[in-house]
Design a protein around this ligand. Structure first.
Ligand code: SF4
Length: 419
């Protein structure tokens, strides 16, 4: 039985920004154009009905609903009241976490008060200091959105809501970024690796240097940030680091679609009621997430029969052979499925951030080991890691062989089979 507890509701399919790296609008997938601008409340109700049936049959007691878009705050305030009422009335027996992910440009006092009243927690996307934010997070007229977003974050102090989501831009000097987070008095920050894969490099990455053994620009950037963050006595929560540290320390049951060995349990409901696997996979190729499943005619469980959903759900178990033999596999998990894609081999690759993950995990693990008393190190049972040795091991004969059926499944997404 699949356990899926996080649902991303694309309540608005359009956005008031036009970010240059956005997978929805600027990375090869145009399916949003066929979607209604807003998810009708009848569709929300149809989804809630199907969710109830699934929760009851699968024994799900906790559900996270993430209001997303496009830009979800393009919907009317009353829309959110009605949505929350639909869920609470239809499935009163489950515990909810409601979240909204917004670009923040219209987030004012009235929105904060409403979202607080409805117990919807707020995540605001920002790209860093004004100079960098305004380069990418722009309105449709090309103007930067920093001033509006910074104002919304400042306002959030009154409501104790300063949770930010930041897509990593390695061109931003780490000290500048950290100073910005402190100036905005951020209390929690999550970091995302940019979308991209072997045939579409994430921004900031020099593919001419990508094959160099020591070219790990993301790890270098993260390590600088980690050092500053660790030294800060009044540091904000940084989920990316905290998750890595917990996993290295042996805590079980954590991880996400970027790292770790947990199954991936995020489902996307498009504004027309289509139910799909997580939509950032669209950066791989047009239509990869498409199927014929819709809450108006299908059960949620029908998605679990979908090949791409199954691949995504088990993405940290069904990995390339190099990952199966990698000493940091339990922490890295082979990375996010979308970052593994190549036209030549489908998903039969390590994440394109592989070397960065090796270097980062090795650094944090070694740092933890150095800061603990010997007795605790022995209890933890973790060893120092040497980056060069791990990278060298990737050229050696693999002891663990990949199951040919899994390899065939990963390779079935080669471009030649999908044109
Ligand atoms: S570090 Fe590389 S080889 Fe190791 S699990 Fe991650 S992607 Fe796979």
């Amino acid at each position: 039985m699949y356990s899926v507890t996080s649902y991303v509701l694309k309540i608005a399919s359009r956005c008031n920004l036009n970010c240059s790296y956005c997978y929805m609008y600027n990375m090869g997938d145009q399916t949003y154009l066929k979607q209604p601008k807003f998810m009708a409340l009848e569709t929300v109700q149809a989804f809630a009905d199907k969710l109830k049936s699934y929760c009851n049959s699968a024994g799900i007691e906790f559900v996270q609903i993430i209001f997303h878009g496009g830009e979800p705050l393009l919907a009317k305030p009353s829309y959110f009241e009605e949505c929350v009422a639909i869920f609470r009335n239809t499935i009163p027996e489950v515990e909810y976490v409601f979240t909204i992910q917004t670009n923040g440009v219209t987030l004012d006092k009235n929105w904060y008060e409403l979202l607080l009243k409805l117990k919807i927690s707020i995540g605001i996307s920002i790209d860093g200091p004004k100079k960098y934010h305004d380069e990418y997070r722009v309105f449709h007229n090309g103007k930067g959105s920093y001033n509006q977003v910074a104002k919304a974050i400042q306002l959030g102090k009154q409501y104790n809501l300063r949770g930010l989501l930041l897509v990593v831009n390695i061109n931003i000097p780490v000290a500048d970024l950290y100073a910005e987070m402190k100036a905005l008095d951020v209390n929690s920050l999550n970091l995302l690796l940019p979308d991209g894969h072997y045939d579409q490099a994430p921004f900031g990455l020099d593919m001419n240097r990508w094959g160099d053994k020591d070219y790990t620009p993301y790890a270098d950037w993260f390590i600088k940030l980690y050092k500053i963050w660790k030294e800060d006595k009044d540091r904000p929560s940084i989920y990316f680091f905290e998750t890595l540290v917990k996993m290295i320390m042996g805590q079980e049951g954590i991880g996400n679609q970027l790292m770790g060995r947990k199954t991936n349990g995020v489902v996307v409901v498009e504004s027309d009621g289509s139910v799909e696997v997580v939509d950032s996979l669209r950066a791989c190729f047009e239509g990869i997430t498409r199927n014929d499943i819709n809450v108006h005619k299908n059960d949620l469980e029908d998605l679990f029969e979908d090949d791409t959903f199954q691949l995504y759900y088990r993405a940290h178990d069904e990995v390339a052979e190099q990952c199966l033999n990698c000493p940091v596999y339990d922490i890295c998990g082979g990375g996010f499925l979308g970052h593994r894609y190549s036209e030549e081999k489908g998903f039969d690759n390590p994440t394109m951030y592989c070397k960065d993950m090796v270097r980062l995990i090795a650094f944090i693990q070694n740092d933890i080991l150095q800061s603990l008393p010997e007795a605790s190190v022995a209890e933890l049972g973790i060893e120092p890691l040497v980056y060069d040795e791990i990278i060298q091991s990737f050229d050696e004969e693999n002891e663990i062989k990949i199951d040919p059926k899994i390899q065939a499944k990963l390779q079935s997404y080669q471009k030649a089979l999908h044109v």
